[in-house]
Design a protein around this ligand. Structure first.
Ligand code: NZQ
Ligand code: ZN
Length: 380
């Protein structure tokens, strides 16, 4: 094990914490509040933001869509550049927070914003930003990543830059009360796969990383089983678990996979499949395809997370248990957007993976385009 670790995002967790932004955002900075399609107006979050910013000079940009696009975000980038915005406040789910990070970074770049995604521009600095989270899922509120789509070309790509860590994140579980069931399930499943991507790899013997990943997975299993009995504690536990799943801690210094995400992103880019659903479609097939190299960790997960009996087929039964976990939710794990013969759809995904340079995915770089094709043939 060898790593350097810091997560600089200050977390304000719990009921009523939105008012903390009054002190966390410098009063001499012009603030741009960025949000999505308007859910924050139905759950009191917007009103709390307005009241907390009473002593700030601020304006707003709305309409950031799920799977945020460069085309929409360019509008916010223009405002930041034109009006000398000194602080960005993202209020929403992963899409709004990712989009705000992109805006924060692109506003300090003279060229086209997509240069960030194509690698032509390397992010050195960003306008400081903070986040108010309304949907526990991605961990974006306290990590340095973002995923942006270019509508024109159906590309969905990820970026990471230390300058994009939010300065603070408010996690008030009260905001979750207006979440539709579909988005709650999405959040739970996304957080689950985030842990899996950092855990079902090679045995490393790291007791802290493994033990922490396992407790997060057991939490999510339990929260899934209690899905029908949501109370304050249920919401608090989901919000904190999803945050911890992708704030960098359980992955630091560890081999990581992320192939499910990279293949899943292409399903979203091509057919607008919800992010979490794309993962549930791809992951079981990927695990079955890679079972020999992942057998040790799958067995460990079977024992420590699902409480399965030992046996030669423990890894296989662990994947079945993951399948059953997804089946316990109303989550369509078939790519129903593409009816009938899926051959052309699979070829489109493989072609996009090649174009994006994703030709050696996974912790062993073993998932070549041919392997991706085999995974998709089994998944779809
Ligand atoms: O736009 P509004 O009106 O706010 O509605 C949103 C949106 O329609 C709604 N919503 C959010 N909070 C709500 C609410 N509705 C009612 N009550 C609330 N409290 O939920 C819908 C989906 O929101 P979105 O932000 O798209 O969902 P999520 O948080 O799952 O984010 C998904 C995006 O994050 C990326 C994904 O690829 C996708 O683009 N990811 C980002 C990661 C990261 N930055 O580390 C990692 C992830 O693996 C993921 O790839
Ligand atoms: Zn994800």
């Amino acid at each position: 094990m060898q790593f350097s670790y810091a997560n600089p995002t200050v977390i304000h967790f719990g009921k009523g914490q939105i008012q903390q932004i009054a002190n966390s955002i410098p009063t001499d900075a012009k603030v741009l509040v960025i949000y999505g399609g308007g859910s924050i107006k139905s759950n009191g979050v917007y009103d709390q933001v307005v009241s907390a910013l009473a002593n700030h000079q601020w304006q707003e940009f709305s309409g950031v869509e799920p799977n945020p696009t460069k085309e929409t975000l360019d509008g916010a980038i223009d405002i930041v550049k034109r009006d000398g915005i000194g602080f960005i406040l993202a209020v929403g789910g992963g899409s709004v927070i990712d989009g705000s990070k992109f805006v924060a970074a692109a506003a300090l770049h003279k060229g086209d914003s997509w240069d960030i995604m194509s690698g032509k521009y390397r992010i050195q600095d960003a306008v400081p930003l903070g986040a108010i989270l309304t949907l526990p899922a991605t961990g974006s509120e306290s990590n340095m990543g973002g995923v942006i789509t270019k509508k024109a070309t159906h590309e969905k790509l990820a970026f990471m830059a230390p300058a994009c860590y939010p300065k603070f994140a408010v996690l008030d579980p009260e905001a979750m009360k207006t979440l539709p069931e579909r988005q709650l399930v999405n959040g739970l499943v996304d957080a689950w796969v985030h842990v899996c991507e950092q855990y079902i790899t090679l045995p490393t013997g790291s007791m802290v990383h493994d033990g922490y990943a396992e407790v997060l997975l057991r939490n999510l299993l339990k929260l899934g089983a209690d899905f029908g009995n949501q109370d304050d504690a249920w919401r608090e536990n989901l919000m904190w678990t999803a945050n911890q799943a992708l704030n960098g801690l359980i992955g630091t210094g560890m081999p990581q996979d992320w192939a499910t995400h990279m293949i899943g992103h292409e399903l979203t880019a091509l057919w607008n499949v919800d992010h979490a659903r794309s993962l549930a479609i791809v992951q079981p097939s990927l695990l079955r395809n890679q079972i020999e190299s992942k057998r040790g960790k799958l067995e460990q997960m079977g024992h420590n997370v699902f409480g399965l009996e030992a046996g030669a087929d423990l890894a296989e039964r662990t994947i079945d248990a993951i399948d059953n976990f997804y089946a316990s939710f109303a989550l369509d794990t078939q790519l129903s957007e593409v009816p009938g013969d899926k051959t052309d759809a699979i070829e489109s995904v493989v072609k996009k993976l090649i174009n994006n340079g994703y030709t050696a995915l996974g912790e062993n770089q073993a998932i070549t385009p041919d392997v991706s094709r085999a995974i998709l043939e089994r998944a779809l």
